[in-house]
Design a protein around this ligand. Structure first.
Ligand SMILES: C[S@@+](CC[C@H](N)C(=O)[O-])C[C@H]1O[C@@H](n2cnc3c(N)ncnc32)[C@H](O)[C@@H]1O
Length: 258
């Protein structure tokens, strides 16, 4: 029995990440020279942009999300990046165009955030640098011509896409997948024989079975996992005392054959 998935794109919207993107940046540094065709569960798209900007040579960077809202939002973010000449201009766009919408979305859910709190969380909690610093800002803008977006379920996308992806970011999607979809996801990842980054939180009904299906699909935990979890200050962090947080664990898997 799995936990009911949130109403993605409606009740649950990602205007910014809920994960510590610096952990993903650390992982991308490990694979910096090898990864050229990463695929990400999109959400806000900021984890994709910030971490892929580290890669030395990309062919494609693929954003997959099943919520139309997230694809539209990511298109707006990319458009703002193209039209901004500096991190400051991008921040102005975010403050003027996005934060009022974000605040209204959360106000309807009884949550109140000031613009200052949102920007501070973006910078300090989720470690998204391209809104604040020139270097990541330039790096992210260089990525834009390589970005591909797909409105799709990540399980079926990975099972049938023609691209051989060499890095797969699943975020905490496995938290909400029932056992048949979990099996399909692990074997679809096995099809690409690529490193897989995922997060399992207390929302996941049976974490041991997720670990078992990835083991059965030919994956082993990367030795850096303890370091990544010790570093995590976002979703899944055992020390983060926020209503939206659920303690959990980051799993970086690599094919047993690698
Ligand atoms: C799992 S979280 C990812 C967000 C991420 N934590 C972040 O920090 O940006 C939620 C996102 O995953 C998307 N999602 C959930 N299940 C999915 C699935 N099976 N396939 C593709 N996208 C999915 C939701 O629409 C939502 O945008």
């Amino acid at each position: 029995m799995s936990v009911a998935a949130p109403d993605w794109g409606e009740d649950s919207r990602f205007y910014l990440p809920n994960e510590d993107v610096s952990v993903l940046r650390t992982v991308m540094r490990l694979f910096r020279s090898r990864v050229q065709r990463p695929v990400f569960v999109g959400g806000s798209g900021m984890a994709l942009l910030e971490s892929s900007a580290i890669l030395s040579k990309v062919e494609t960077v693929t954003f997959v999300d099943l919520a139309v809202f997230q694809l539209d939002y990511f298109e707006r973010l990319q458009c703002a990046l193209r039209q901004s000449a500096s991190p400051g201009e991008l921040q102005n766009w975010f403050v003027k165009q996005i934060i009022p919408e974000l605040r209204e979305h959360f106000r309807r859910r009884g949550l109140e955030f000031t613009p200052g709190q949102v920007l501070l969380a973006l910078k300090r909690r989720f470690n998204v640098g391209f809104f604040f610093d020139e270097r990541p800002f330039d790096g992210v803008r260089k990525l834009l011509p390589y970005i591909i977006t797909k409105c799709d379920d990540i399980v079926s996308y990975l099972a049938r896409c023609g691209t051989h992806h060499d890095f797969i970011y699943l975020s905490n999607v496995p938290d909400y997948l029932p056992p048949p979809a979990l099996n399909a996801l692990a074997s679809a990842c096995g099809r690409h024989a690529a490193p897989v980054y995922l997060l399992l939180t207390t929302a996941c009904a049976d974490r041991d079975s997720v670990i078992a299906v990835f083991d059965a699909a030919g994956f082993r935990e990367h030795p850096v996992n303890e370091q990544l979890n010790a570093r995590n200050r976002g979703l899944g962090s055992p020390t983060l005392n926020k209503t939206w947080n659920r303690p959990g664990r980051i799993h970086l898997y690599v094919p047993k054959t690698s």
